[in-house]
Design a protein around this ligand. Sequence first.
Ligand code: NAD
Length: 359
Amino acid sequence: MVLWNDEKLGLEISIIIDDTTLGPGLGGTRWRAYPTKTEALVDNSRLARDMTYKLALAVGEDTELAKAGVSFGGGKAVIRGEATQDKNKRKEQLRAYAELINSIGGRFVTSVDVGTSVDDVIVMREVTEWVTGLPQEMGGSGDPSPVTAMGVVWGLKACLGAVYDTESFKGKTVAIQGIAGKVGGSLARMLASEGAILIGADINEAGAQKIAREVGARLIPSDEIHKQECDIFSANAFGGVLNDDTIPELRCRIVGGAANNQLWEPRKHAAMLQDRGILHAPEFWINGGGVINVAHEFHPRGYSQERAFADIKRIYDRGKEMIETSRKEKMPLFTAAIRLAEDRIRKAKTVGKPAQRHG
Ligand code: NAD
């Protein structure tokens, strides 16, 4: 963990590298006004652990990245405080943060998250090579959000196949929380084009109406969305949405969306969903599309959309495998996903170094 304060620049930064068994820690930088240092650190460490699991599942042995020897562990950074409106000050802060990343010598690679943007990555790239998620015109992978949505679609297909006789969205009702968001909006477009019937909610009413008109979604109040009778409830807004209060109110067969940390108490609430017969797609599996895409900037031959999208499709294959395990062993998919991720890390720890000849 790296903790860094610069009072003059108004920066309070924590970088947590959770596990480097599979490679340098990769994770976004969240810039948020956490009320206390403790809250910032607790969130940072939880998010960093999530990245470890996400990357262990995302760069499975069969992927283009793994074939090229590119693999990452989990990490995450938090900048605690209000972001400034002063562009020059922000630039100065970002350059100082990029220097800090340089000082840990490639053990941590970062990208955008809540409160940071591609413009920030461009500023930091002038100082450090350990950033990813650059625009396509700079040879980067571009906006990760539609690609995250694409991964969610692949994951949901695997879930549909397990719950219904078909993997088709045609005629299936999907309730999207956060439909006006970057991921929620892209997801709505993709699902509409696959014939899904959409219900949506968002606190951004104007944004929600715009996308609803485009995709033909029915809008309902935000606090009602998880209660809708539907095939899939897709959470794409905020964490902790699956809890003691909401789980008994769900009327769906599948829960799967991009929002991070959806389970308020992970093991307890994964088990509650399982007991209700609802297939819950853990987000560190299903929302890996964006991170897979940015990780491809580190491919030795540079970013290629074809290779990146091939790896994103693996979210589907990984899902089939984990659903099979969870069914056989009667465990929540959440537990099966953690087990697969931890197995992969353990295996990497125990693989012996290749023999070397001396002389
Ligand atoms: P975003 O801010 O663009 O979208 C979130 C949307 O949720 C906004 O439209 C917001 O108005 C809405 N919202 C907030 N509170 C709400 C409420 N109470 N009820 C209904 N809607 C509400 O963010 P995003 O980039 O689309 O990310 C969405 C989620 O997915 C986040 O949890 C994020 O951490 C996660 N995620 C995003 C990516 C990515 O590539 N963008 C990747 C992985 C995970």
